[in-house]
Design a protein around this ligand. Sequence first.
Ligand code: AMP
Ligand code: ZN
Length: 137
Amino acid sequence: MTKSDCIFCKLANGEIPTRSIYEDEDFNVILDMNPATKGHALILPKQHADNLYDLPDDVAAKILPLAKKLATKLTETLKADGFNLVQNNKECAGQTVNHFHLHLIPRYENDGQRILWNPTTPSAEELDATLNTIKGN
Ligand code: AMP
Ligand code: ZN
């Protein structure tokens, strides 16, 4: 299913012209219009899902093999030195377009980008409390 007011549904399904680097029956992979680095691309499922929470398992299962294939191709063709996969869910995590997408970001020595977080230093007790919360203890 696509969503009539979703720009990524339109891009994924060819209703708006875009720079597609790969297409199959489930996905369109397009160049990001404001790339972090040369070759920054987005894997877009053709079927609408708001985010990872919403993504059907059968679609999800196809994404990492596709990411691996395209990361390899982008790295070879663009002579990248490394690679980031980035995937944001919900506004607080930096999601700006509410149609699931996986960022493919080739990295280059001294490319000036910083795709990292600020490490924190919880105590052992805090880490244990987090573990227990996740495990439902
Ligand atoms: P996110 O912040 O994870 O939701 O990422 C959204 C990404 O989509 C950003 O990197 C934008 O540059 C990119 N983007 C938004 N609109 C378009 C568009 N029409 N074509 C290509 N990329 C887009
Ligand atoms: Zn959509």
